[in-house]
Design a protein around this ligand. Structure first.
Ligand code: SF4
Length: 337
């Protein structure tokens, strides 16, 4: 360690999360979830965080998100982490073992790959006991968070129906719903101000409509660059899933409808529906270097009958020249179609 210049530290009420989990349980336990991915990617010191992990022995061929999460926990004084060891990333299992050997309390959470309702209920029961809360309190929190999720759904709809919201703004609000910025009231106020601010915006309908598939990108100017080319991302697949857009009354159904942690068929159905609903011209499938989810690219290309550009990112930073050129050629192709 030693590359980090400025260290923020979080108090003991914070529970780091490696991926989206039923956050209702954490809030009901009187604690605050903190999405470690969001802290990493928005840190002005993210390159130093990666170097720090590499100086600890992480190889270059481990995904940047995993290294970033490790470094955030170690450098920002996070004492407790919920690691999604089933349904997210195979690397998280080894990461959680390393974190616990470094004095971090690790609580594992597993989405059942076969979408089994009883198995999910068992996992949530275990978390509820672990955070000394109850189903009643969890359900009170679900109603509270669903009120915010409805507003996020409105942001999403205003992005593709009324064309008032940029792809990046859509991304930021939806991706933040994994932990509600650790402060649901503050997050809701931010959403309300944003919705008020955009009322006066004029819709812009004349652009190529792009859907973004895959984990959130580490490439900084991705959304802006597409807009420079007269394209716009009007569908952020995984970020939208974080916001639990189906608004089911039943909490188990809510987390069983969430497509990201289960088999790819749920993702394919959701993407097909959104291609129609949002009248998409093409898709950009982003994969993270060294991520097993790259294999899904083969399946998605076979299953989806729409032009798809596959791109890859490694370390956080601006778009590289080659990827920028490929995006430009893709949007040109869609424009000429
Ligand atoms: S991008 Fe892939 S390898 Fe990296 S943390 Fe996410 S699932 Fe794991």
């Amino acid at each position: 360690m030693g590359f980090i210049m400025k260290v923020e530290s979080f108090d003991d009420s914070v529970v780091g999360i490696t991926s989206t989990i039923p956050v209702e349980i954490v809030f009901a336990g009187g604690l605050r979830p903190l999405d470690l991915n969001n802290i990493f990617i928005t840190s002005p010191e993210r390159e130093a965080l990666l170097k720090d992990a590499e100086s600890m022995g992480f190889s270059h061929s481990i995904c940047a998100w995993i290294k970033g999460i490790f470094s955030v926990v170690m450098n920002y004084g996070i004492k407790r982490v919920i690691a999604v060891t089933g349904g997210d990333c195979s690397n998280t299992l080894a990461l959680s073992e390393l974190l616990s050997r470094n004095g971090v309390e690790v609580i594992d959470f597993n989405y059942p790959y076969n979408r089994d309702r009883k198995a999910l209920r068992k996992e949530m029961d275990r978390m509820i006991r672990r955070f000394s809360t109850s189903w009643d309190d969890v359900l009170i929190w679900k109603s509270r968070l669903d009120k915010i999720r409805k507003k996020l759904k409105k942001i999403d709809e205003l992005t593709y129906k009324e064309e008032k919201i940029s792809g990046f703004e859509n991304h930021i609000f939806l991706v933040s719903s994994s932990d509600f910025e650790s402060d649901p009231d503050g997050f809701e106020n931010k959403i309300d101000s944003f919705l008020h601010e955009i009322e006066m915006r004029k819709p812009n309908k004349d652009y190529i409509r792009i859907g973004y598939l895959g984990v959130p990108t580490v490439l900084d100017n991705f959304y802006e660059y597409i807009e420079e080319l007269n394209g716009k991302v009007v569908f952020n697949e995984v970020q939208r899933q974080f916001s639990m857009p189906f608004l089911k009354d039943d909490i188990l159904e809510t987390y069983l409808s969430y497509t990201y942690p289960y088999d790819i068929d749920g993702r394919i159905s959701d993407i097909k529906e959104q291609i129609r609903e949002r009248d998409l011209d093409g898709l950009i499938h982003y994969t993270q270097a060294f991520c097993y989810r790259q294999i899904h690219d083969i399946i998605l290309r076979r299953a989806l009958n729409i032009p798809i550009l596959s791109i890859e990112g490694d370390r956080p930073g601006p778009l590289d020249g080659r990827t920028a050129l490929r995006i430009e050629a893709f949007i040109d192709m869609l424009t000429n179609k």
